[in-house]
Design a protein. Sequence first.
Lengths: 312, 76
Amino acid sequence: MLQPTEIQHAAEAAPEKFNAAETIIGHVANSGHDHPLIHLPPVMGIDLSVTKHVFMLWLVAAILFVAVTWLVRRYVRQDADRLVPSGAMNALEAMVEFIRDSIATPNVGRKWTRTWTPLLLTFFLFILGANVIGLIPIFDVLALLQHTVLHLPDESFLVRLIHGGTTATGNYNVTAALATITFLSIIVAGSRAHGFVQHWLNLAPGGLAWPLYIILIPIEIMGMFVRPFALTMRLAANMTGGHLALLAILSFVFIFTELFGHAIAGVSVGLVLSLPLAVGISALEIIVVLVQAYVFTLLTAVFIGMAIHAHH
Amino acid sequence: MGIAFMGAGLGLGLAVIGAGLGIGKLAAGAAEAIGRQPSAAAQITGAVNLPLFLLEGVAILAEVFALLIVLLNRGA
């Protein structure tokens, strides 16, 4: 009498309960630090092992570098009198002109456009590229392949590649690095326009009553740090939030399956509720991706312009 | 006893109300201005862009801090 129920209990306890929080956070966050993709030795106490977001950064950089360099070289190699863009160069040229004419020149001024447009273009293309690659579920397809067909051992590169999220800009460390570049660019822009000392003196405009300076200077210094911090959090939170919402909606399928015990409950909920919502949120994500790249670039241009035109 | 969670939820809701009201006023002002002078539509859109995203950034900052409160209090 005891043995069949024991076997029954063992059979019921074998599959794990679906932990929605763990699965979602696992899909959105970086791959763990204890099992990185490529293990590198620590340099001066800092572990430089390649995690998934680092790998995605390199991937995005490589793709952008190859694409843009190849396109521009093919364009420039034409006869110097008649430079006619063709194919994808049209898109690149439209993007460059858009950033130069509507983001760089109005904020930075004609004199400094050529100086700062390359930085703004790099920001825009890199953030756009990293965001868009996060939307493409290629690594989830690879995970499907791994679980059904390949069954590679746990320590292989492909299996480690499958864990963790692919949106590199969803990691606040990545966006903090970009915001640090903005922070330094503001200082460099002000120093080049007015001289190093004068840039700092421009923080507190002259001609005010002296008690105001006691309030103004700490506020300006705080503002100097808060603006890049806001840039960091805005980009990281927007990217992570979209993926989080998408995964939470797709988790309904599994939660309902567990609740009712039959797979058909989960699948029906999935078809009626999850799939349309997921499609809608993915469409919204496409807009958010473009907007966030644009906003980061625009705000960088605005802050650089504020440092250059500080004597208004 | 979960009062941290209540605080985080309440704070986030208030922040979202504030952001919604602000962005709504921005959109209303922009729509009215474009209605009065349709030829300036591009400039008005450009002027609206920056405060819009700054305000959205404020809401997102609130979300981040609310999440921080929740995550730091899960163990306690």
